[in-house]
Ligand binder design. Structure first.
Ligand SMILES: [Zn+2]
Length: 353
């Protein structure tokens, strides 16, 4: 993949609570755009451009789902806990990297029982993650402990590339493509000569396990408006009916209205209308669906303090929360265009909700 930033974000490690390395990449890029960049107590990366009365905040979570080393048996097999929503059925046979205290990536394979032996057993597919183990080719607990500790993070094999044309694949697509989008929006806004506002880009920690970084950072900054950028479930694959998700890759960004039947955010109607109007007027491809699953950082920002006005753009993704997901770069680009226009409109026209 030619785009270095996108490639680095997709292949970097950073499960919830272990975001240090991906935070470094984002800090480096934001430093070349922003007036200042800080990392707060929880680990959120916050970059700022512009001055003025209004405060706008873009939020994109940088953590990914993954695993953590829990136990090593006497034969050197490694057991783990899951961090974030991972279906056990995607795990067997997958390659992973265990990242040790020195930052070295140790290759491992999540073991499976061969079908020859599993045939007569109940069903190898229904095996729980607690019974799965990682094989790193070292058949002794003592020797494994020389390179790996209890508590080390485990990520899926880092990879990123172009599947075909505008269809891309990668690890940690949720939500590194959101981080990429946020950085690109900041780049565009930086060129705007009459910002007259403070604009913050915040790469949040620990979204996958409870929207935690968004809670503390939006409380501290207390912005007038938050734009959350995340990923969502694309429905254009076999076994997902159109009535479940109408979203398709390549058809544009999704302007979120309601998350998870209202368990997540219900976006302020005026904000939603404004976002749709801006997309329509600027001929930016967009889609709208109400999917009964998944929530974003917006679910916590809109009820933080006395209610922070929040809008959400979500990029459709196939195989979300699997070791590799597929997305369309055109949807990333329409999210960049629309995100930039929304913020410019809110600043310029003095939109007050
Ligand atoms: Zn996400």
């Amino acid at each position: 993949m030619k785009d270095e930033l996108l490639n680095n974000l997709l292949t970097s490690d950073g499960i919830s609570g272990y975001e240090e390395n991906v935070a470094k990449i984002i800090t480096n890029y934001l430093s070349s755009i922003c007036d200042n960049v800080v990392i707060d107590n929880l680990g959120n990366v916050i970059g700022k451009i512009g001055t003025g009365k209004k405060k706008i905040m873009i939020i994109s979570h940088m953590d990914e789902i993954g695993m953590v080393v829990k136990y090593i048996d006497k034969n050197g097999y490694i057991y783990f806990i899951k961090i974030g929503g991972i279906d056990d059925s995607v795990l067997p046979g997958k390659m992973v990297k265990i990242i040790n205290k020195k930052g070295e990536h140790v290759t491992g394979i999540i073991g499976t029982i061969p079908p020859h032996l599993a045939k007569d057993e109940k069903n190898n597919k229904s095996i729980k993650y607690t019974d799965m183990f990682i094989d790193i080719g070292i058949p002794s607990k003592t020797n494994v402990l020389k390179i790996i500790d209890i508590g080390d993070q485990i990520i899926f094999e880092p990879m990123a590339g172009i599947l075909n044309g505008s269809f891309y694949y990668g690890k940690a697509v949720d939500n590194r493509i959101g981080c990429y989008t946020m950085i690109k929006i900041m780049e565009k806004l930086k060129k705007n000569k009459d910002l007259s506002s403070e604009i913050y880009a915040c790469a949040t920690v620990q979204e996958e396990i409870g929207l935690k970084g968004a809670k503390t950072s939006s409380f501290k900054l207390n912005p007038d408006f938050v734009l959350v950028i995340d990923t969502t479930i694309s429905g254009d694959i076999p076994r997902i009916e159109e009535k479940t998700s109408i979203l398709k890759l390549g058809k544009g960004t999704n302007i979120t209205m309601i998350e998870a039947s209202g368990r997540g955010i219900i976006v302020n109607q005026k904000i939603h209308k404004l976002m749709v109007n801006i997309a329509y007027k600027n001929k930016i491809p967009y889609q709208i669906d109400i999917i009964n699953a998944g929530i974003t950082d917006g679910a916590i920002t809109y009820i933080n303090r006395n209610g922070i006005l929040t809008g959400i753009l979500s990029i459709p993704v196939r195989y979300i929360h699997a070791p590799i997901s597929v997305f369309n770069i055109n949807d990333v680009n329409s999210t960049i265009s629309l995100g930039t226009k929304i913020i410019e409109k809110i600043i310029k026209n003095n939109v007050v909700f």
